[in-house]
Design a protein around this ligand. Sequence first.
Ligand code: CA
Length: 217
Amino acid sequence: MRLLIVEDDFELGKALTKSLTRAGYVVDQAKTGSEGLAALRAQTYAAILLDIGLPELDGFTVLREARAAKIDVPIIILSGRGMTDQRIAGLDAGADDYLVKPFDLDELEARLRVHIRRNAGQAKDTIGIGDLELHQAQRCVTRAGIPLTLSAQEYRLVNLLMLRNDRFVSKAQLEAALYDHTAQVESNTVEVAIYGLRKKLGPGRIINRRNVGYKII
Ligand code: CA
């Protein structure tokens, strides 16, 4: 799962990136409104954390332009204390949620999970495909009730594949979920992780359609 944080407060941006990376997300950071908008147009994100007071373009402008461009990713506003009118304006402009600074990181992670899940059309925290179950809050996948031991990369892939369980996920989307844009991506990284996953999930569970992508069945 790849997230974009648009926040000009250096310390807050750093703390969020650190804790969300630890929670298993791949995090891109933008420090101005226009950087954020450019990143949104270039990359597909699972969710966006958006500050309102930003240099160049403010958060409202980023939000309105993103929605006008039909980018329907969950957007959570990070709002200053006591700014009730900002929060209402943000929700009216198309934000999905808001958090008041300083906020609790566990609450932020819980809300992210809910919005990402809903956006993928999944209402519950646990997603099942056959005897496989993804438990997002515990970051765990079980097969016939037994937890699988997965590497961080394997978990990211299986998480994305199970969230999109009725669709194929392209190799590019899987690559994007594995790395932030500063990392050097080996051309066969996805294949290697899929190979590892196939051994753990059992034969026939991940199907691959050439030039389309991968799907769990
Ligand atoms: Ca700010």
